[in-house]
Design a protein around this ligand. Structure first.
Ligand SMILES: Cc1ncc(COP(=O)(O)O)c(C=O)c1O
Length: 331
């Protein structure tokens, strides 16, 4: 089964990761102690003090903590529709009122959020599932128009793939805002989804509130050590970003050439609308061994390797041929 549904990286982790994990084996009977070193490396990367960084078991842990801390009775969660599928799940788990509006963000969003007493406004940027990138300045402006009691969760899980220059505020500048929490992950470009490690950056007060609810030792020693090794290989990150862009463009061209419409994407996936016809695209691709993520009648498809794109396109061609044959038979 070709996994083009979860936005994983097609290659594994950087070479240094395996070495770092081997070195840990004799220490696995100990509780983790590597989190401090990883926290320090992240703080250095973004030029922020240590108390603005929280490492989590995937960025999902930080996002989940944000739901628990900033939403509750009288403090709704807001996100667009569609959005990362974890947001509605968390609202249900926490018994939080979830307010939604259709994507893309509308002009009077800040007014609406103020009026509805929203505790947490969550937004993935690049946006999952469309891949759209909003300049950071727009997110900072939104936070600035909201009271400090409305926290903006700026979920940058796919930031490492963004290849347009953004003159907006740095992550450090965002972390100086009273109501902004940014999350990042090692699951995507660093190829470490299976180890579960990510982080949040925000002002010391917000980070302190999240830390107070975090389960002790939630991030394993293996995850910390692998993430440290991955951070050290920034050349690989740049290389993977370029390769992802090239492959994303090739995939978009191949699909649009076959009647699909593709949204411009800055992530490692494409949001495409299939050509009209009889095919149930998600199911038909699955029958041919390709798993994608259907969003209504659209599809979110991970950018894979060249070989994976070739398998995807062969499956698409097969579906197009068989639906054409079916319609000919009906005539
Ligand atoms: C927008 C977004 N945020 C966060 C995550 C969670 O990533 P992780 O928990 O692996 O860091 C994902 C995973 O696909 C995602 O799509």
């Amino acid at each position: 089964m070709l996994r083009l549904h979860a936005n994983e990286h097609p290659q594994g982790p950087p070479a240094g990761v395996a070495e770092s994990l081997h070195a840990l084996v004799p220490e696995l009977h100990r509780y983790p102690s590597g989190e401090g070193a990883l926290q320090a490396a992240i703080a250095e990367l973004h030029d922020v003090p240590l108390n603005r960084v929280l490492v989590g078991a995937g960025s999902a842990e930080i996002i989940s903590l944000a739901w628990r801390v900033f939403t509750g009775p009288g403090r709704a969660a807001f996100f667009h529709e569609p959005e990362f599928e974890f947001y509605p799940m968390l609202s249900a788990q926490c018994g939080t009122a979830a307010l939604t509006r259709a994507w893309p963000p509308e002009e009077h969003l800040a007014e609406y959020l103020r009026q509805e007493r929203v505790g947490l406004m969550a937004l993935s940027n690049p946006h999952n599932p469309t891949g759209a990138w909003q300049p950071r300045q727009a997110i900072a402006d939104l936070a600035g128009r909201l009271p400090d009691t409305t926290v903006v969760l700026n979920d940058e899980a796919y930031y490492d793939y963004v290849d347009v220059p953004d003159a907006g505020p740095s992550l450090k500048a965002l972390s100086e805002l009273p109501n902004m929490l940014t999350t990042r992950t090692f699951s995507k470009i660093h190829g470490l989804a299976g180890l579960r490690v990510g982080y949040g950056v925000g002002n010391a007060r917000l980070i302190g509130l999240l830390r107070a609810l975090q389960t002790p030792f939630s991030v394993s020693s293996t995850a910390c050590s692998a993430a440290l090794a991955a951070l050290a290989d920034q050349t690989l990150v740049l290389d993977r970003r370029t390769r992802n862009r090239e492959q994303r463009e090739a995939m978009a061209a191949a699909l649009t050439g076959r009647g699909f419409e593709a949204e411009p994407s800055q992530a490692n996936f494409l949001y495409v609308r299939p050509p009209r016809g009889t095919a149930d695209w998600g199911a038909d691709l699955l029958d041919r061994g390709v798993r994608v993520y259907p969003v209504g009648t659209a599809l979110r498809v991970t950018v894979g390797s060249t070989a994976e794109t070739a398998v995807l396109i062969a499956a698409v061609d097969d579906i197009l041929t068989s639906t054409q044959t079916k319609s000919m038979e009906e005539i």
